[in-house]
Design a protein around this ligand. Structure first.
Ligand code: NAP
Length: 252
């Protein structure tokens, strides 16, 4: 039997993409699932009478607190909360768009802050629970065009790592998920090459497998994980030169 069977899981950012596929896979593995995002109709379709749909906007702190209470009433205090809400837009550094940058911070980072504020204190009080943050391998190194997105993803990785240490020994586990390219609405508009791209259901299985194995960090697919882990070790100038070569034909 799956270690996820019977667990109460709240997936935030589950109206499409990785979050939606993950919610479906969690149901298959026997979890009790509640899902959230802004698009209520789409959430209802994903829920398909097998999950509870609780619409929310992660940038709205009051809505997040209210949704956390509603979810606890529907599935019980969540054993796991997954933050998969996120936005990605390519930034043109030559025409710096402050609003685009702020949108990334508001959803990817301040949204995470809003959710942590709602779910972490009760988990610590119970001395039980897990928090799963979906970041990205894009947070490992700077990528041209991803100045806004990558900054939030690097911040998420750092935040989750710090949090794992801060709550150690108090019954609460923190898991960092770093996907490579996954076919979703988020990547649908990308015109640049996306090596090793996988389907959302493959991503969902990789995340569930990692959770079942008690991993602190889940990075996939394997070739991208290896590539980006090695990339992390490269000196700054070498990385910049290599990436200039790779990105020149598609940049801006
Ligand atoms: N696809 C990839 O290649 C890839 C790679 C690495 C990491 N990731 C990360 O994986 C996560 C999921 O992305 P995805 O690829 O599955 O993209 P997606 O299909 O666009 O899903 C993004 C989800 O976030 C939700 N969301 C966005 N803004 C929100 C807000 N203000 N409040 C609540 N929910 C919000 C969206 O729902 P609503 O619009 O209905 O609110 C949607 O459910 C993101 O954090 C992304 O950075 C993706």
């Amino acid at each position: 039997m799956s270690a996820l069977a019977g667990r109460a899981v709240w997936v935030i950012g589950a109206s499409s993409g990785i979050g939606a596929a993950l919610a479906a896979e969690l149901v298959v593995r026997g979890a009790r699932v509640a899902i959230s995002a802004r698009r209520a109709d789409q959430l209802k379709d994903v829920a398909d009478d097998q999950m509870f749909a609780v619409p929310l906007d992660v940038t709205d702190r009051i809505a997040v607190d209210a949704a956390a209470k509603e979810v606890a009433g529907l599935i019980g205090a969540p054993d796991l909360v997954v933050f998969s809400a996120g936005v990605w837009e390519q930034l043109d550094a030559a025409a710096w768009d402050r609003d685009l940058f702020a949108r990334h911070i508001e959803v990817n980072l301040l949204g995470l802050n809003n959710v942590l504020g709602a779910v972490l204190p009760p988990m610590l009080e119970r001395g039980r629970g897990g928090f799963v943050g979906v970041s990205s391998v894009a947070g490992y190194r700077g990528l041209a065009g991803a100045e806004a997105y990558g900054a939030t993803k690097a911040a998420q990785i750092n935040l989750l790592e710090a949090l794992r240490i801060a709550v150690a020994g108090r019954g609460v586990d923190v898991v960092t998920v770093c996907p490579g390219f996954v076919k979703t609405e988020l990547t649908a508009g990308n015109s640049f090459p996306m090596p090793f791209i996988i389907e959302a259901d493959q991503a969902a299985r990789a995340i569930c497998d990692g959770l079942e194995r008690g991993r602190a960090e889940i990075v996939f697919p394997l070739p991208m994980a290896v590539l980006m882990k090695i990339a992390r070790l490269l000196p700054v100038r070498l990385w910049a030169t290599a990436m200039q070569r790779v990105s020149r034909p598609t940049a801006r």
